[in-house]
Design a protein around this ligand. Structure first.
Ligand code: GLA
Length: 377
């Protein structure tokens, strides 16, 4: 990828760039908990967005997407927002840095990526984090701290892309560390690295190729449900709610909002239980909790879809230790914790049965937990 963007950069801009990258992410457990002040447990993966960048001495950003084969340019004032959705991620990052009183001047860039789009692996957070990291290095002597870089990506989603997301994806992309998952407390922003190398198991993603679209989607509605319930219970976020508190006010919340909140309250505890189980190398418990999360996401939070429920059922039938839908939902992947000896069988059955039913094979993505945002010299 580096060779490709290097070549394209030289052809287009004829100067010598610096290279930066940032990663997509997985999340072992803790879904839709981040914007509720709960816990998440993600890790960065070996699929990334990489950009070649050089300062160009103008007040314009000139950008070429190698994957889309599209070029655009834009200025750095609010009214200069580009029309192309993909460029708005970069424009948003520039604007959010400027709004915080830091510097961005004109630059040239070519970027490419191998994070599958719409698979729930946070390709957009990888793009934001790559540019936030790069512009901090190129224009700001790395004065912006890493949490602020993650928040710059998150604000880009909120203010320029229409997704009212939490902090998990950008956090994972910026803070990712090889072979480690990270438990983040989204209320205090304290985090801890957990070495993750489950002996005798593989972590594999099965991508249904059903595309989710979070913009204007039920994602924002889920968040509104949670906020409504928190307000009814008199707490800032559902992090501070218990199931007893919810039951006390059951009459005051709609049936739908009740289900959403019930899921979030359960999921908050599941993350902590998974972390404990991992420390005992108790993968059976980790797996059981992953299935519970899937059930909650499917039946209570209602962000699954037929194809992902089908993949989850196949995993169960094959004796896979843990399986669940991963990410925001409405399509994308399942994440599966599979015993080494079951792996080949599971993959074969998942491919065959899915193909029989939906007319295409799912894509198998083996996961390697890797570093997050970085300069690539
Ligand atoms: C998307 C959002 C995250 C998080 C997940 C669900 O990936 O960007 O902030 O809410 O969905 O856990």
């Amino acid at each position: 990828m580096k060779d490709l963007i290097s070549q394209l950069f030289h052809q287009r801009f004829a100067t010598t760039p610096v290279f930066y990258a940032s990663s997509g992410r997985i999340n072992l457990i803790g879904e839709h908990t981040d914007y509720n002040g709960g816990f998440v447990f993600p890790g960065a993966i070996d699929k990334c967005i990489m950009a070649a960048i050089n300062v160009n001495g103008t007040d314009k950003v000139r950008v070429f997407s190698a994957d889309l084969q599209q070029y655009t340019e834009f200025g750095l004032r609010e009214e200069d927002a580009p029309a192309e959705q993909w460029a708005r991620y970069i424009f948003g990052v520039c604007r959010e840095i400027i709004k915080r009183g830091f510097t961005v001047n004109g630059f040239d860039t070519v970027f490419a990526g191998n994070v599958p789009l719409g698979a729930g692996l946070s390709s957009s957070a990888a793009l934001e984090s790559c540019f936030a990291y790069a512009l901090n290095d190129l224009f700001n002597e790395n004065k912006i701290d890493k949490f602020e870089l993650a928040k710059i990506g998150q604000s880009t989603e909120h203010n320029y892309c229409g997704v009212n997301c939490g902090i998990m994806d950008q956090f994972a992309s910026v803070f990712g560390k090889k072979n480690c998952l990270m438990r983040l407390d989204c209320r205090s922003l304290e985090y801890e690295y957990f070495p993750f190398d489950p002996q005798g198991y593989k972590l594999v993603l099965v991508n249904s190729k059903v595309k989710h679209e979070l913009v204007d989607s039920p994602y924002n509605k889920r968040r509104q449900s949670c906020e409504r319930v928190a307000a009814t219970l008199g707490v800032e976020t559902l992090r501070d709610a218990t199931i007893d508190m919810l039951n006390e006010k059951k009459d005051l919340v709609s049936e739908e909002d009740y289900k959403r909140a019930e899921y979030v309250i359960g999921e908050k505890q599941r993350v902590l239980d998974v972390c404990d189980a991992l420390q005992r190398s108790d993968y059976e418990t980790v797996g059981r909790l992953m299935y519970e999360t899937h059930h909650g996401l499917s039946q209570q939070y209602e962000v699954s879809c037929e194809e992902l429920d089908f993949l989850n059922d196949i995993a169960k039938e094959c004796g896979v230790t843990g399986s669940r839908i991963m990410g925001g939902g409405f399509g994308g992947c399942t994440i599966n914790l599979v015993k080494d000896e079951l792996y080949d069988h599971f993959i074969q059955v998942a491919k065959e049965r899915f193909n029989e039913k939906y007319g295409h094979e799912p894509i198998i993505i083996d996961v390697v937990i890797s570093d997050g945002a970085r300069r690539c010299d």
